[in-house]
Design a protein around this ligand. Structure first.
Ligand SMILES: Cc1cn([C@H]2C[C@H](O)[C@@H](COP(=O)(O)OP(=O)(O)O[C@H]3O[C@H](C)C(=O)[C@H](O)[C@H]3O)O2)c(=O)[nH]c1=O
Length: 183
């Protein structure tokens, strides 16, 4: 298993080993002991899966407030996404800054987005299927969002606002300037 930190080092890219043979492949996609040995000691309590049919589907930017804040370990089992994590930890030197990574079935990579980040992605291929583990349960009362295309974030999304496919909810999140203190 390889682990690489992104420019905001709390966000990491993990690539598990993939054992191929004439039948196909096998991969341990998560191993708590291996993660702990790499200094990532998290207890995941819920698995999520989403399918996005169209290229340019944007889900995000989402987070849950404490005490239901979530670390997320995300992978793509079909297709590809541009994944985005925005640092919204008020006292962080990288507050308001973001990192991106292409996460795809072909790359067989994963992204670890810790508590304190608003998370989202844009699909790069049709019928993209994402699976991710979270360290806290879903709590609608603590579910919050940040406006995906807030100019203040400077995120270079691969889709323009008029072409992106979003949920009604995701059109209405506040920009960073109106977010207040969350973490
Ligand atoms: C997140 C979640 C949602 N739901 C229900 C609530 C809605 O009725 C339906 C769709 O939820 P939503 O539109 O929030 O789904 P996404 O837009 O894919 O949200 C996710 O998108 C980005 C990428 C994230 O990082 C979050 O994990 C998550 O917010 O599933 C549940 O029942 N449990 C859950 O944990």
């Amino acid at each position: 298993m390889d682990i690489v930190s992104l420019d905001i080092p709390d966000v990491k890219i993990i690539r598990p080993k993939k054992f191929g043979d004439h039948r196909g492949f096998f991969s341990e996609t998560y191993n708590k002991k291996a993660f702990a040995a790499a200094g990532i000691d998290l207890d995941f309590v819920q698995d999520n899966q989403s399918l996005s049919a169209e290229v340019g589907t944007v889900r995000g930017l989402h987070f849950q407030l404490p005490p239901f804040a979530q670390d997320k370990l995300l992978r793509v089992v079909r297709g590809a996404i541009l994944d985005v994590a925005v640092d919204i930890r008020r006292n962080s030197p990288t507050y308001g800054q973001h990192v991106t990574a292409v996460i795809s079935a072909a790359e067989w990579n994963q992204i670890l987005v810790p508590i304190g980040f608003a998370h989202g992605f844009c699909t790069l291929e049709p019928d993209t299927e994402v699976i991710y583990k979270v360290t806290n349960y879903y709590s609608p009362e603590h579910d919050r969002g940040l406006l995906w295309n807030d100019p203040a974030l400077g995120i270079d999304w691969p889709v323009s606002g008029d072409k992106a496919r979003l949920s009604d909810k995701d059109h209405k999140h506040p920009p960073l300037a109106e977010l207040g203190d969350c973490f």
